[in-house]
Design a protein around this ligand. Sequence first.
Ligand code: CMP
Length: 140
Amino acid sequence: MAIERTFSIIKPDATARDLTGAINATIETAGLRIVAQKRVRMTREQAETFYAVHRQRPFFGELVATMTSGPVVVQVLEGNNAIAAYRDLMGATDPAKAAPGTIRKLYAKSIGENSVHGSDAADTAVQEIAQFFSGNEIVG
Ligand code: CMP
């Protein structure tokens, strides 16, 4: 199995409920190592850049507003097949469809306030990590 890195965001709905530690415990229990982490307030420009692929979607404005409504914790996770492993751990985007035991089933409030984000592919993981971390901030 390949050791990969993926990008994660603990979203404002989760930081508002002080769920960072609980979510991190779930991540580590699943065998993913948190090799970089910081708590930041995303600017509107950062959120619009990060979610640029969704710019034409009807929920884009609400998505940017939600992601800038409070602090987020941005992370780099490392482990075997980390991209797919973290997507499995997060569960479906819509928490109503998320499997039992997944982060979104446990904690998410709605599709818009779904507690966590994870990269969907290797190329987006590289781009997303580079938007928030420089190489020397990632310590494997
Ligand atoms: P995320 O994995 O961060 O990627 C895009 C986000 O858009 C998604 O999680 C959801 O939180 C948010 N979103 C809001 N409304 C929708 C929707 N109708 N369909 C998909 N994603 C949505």
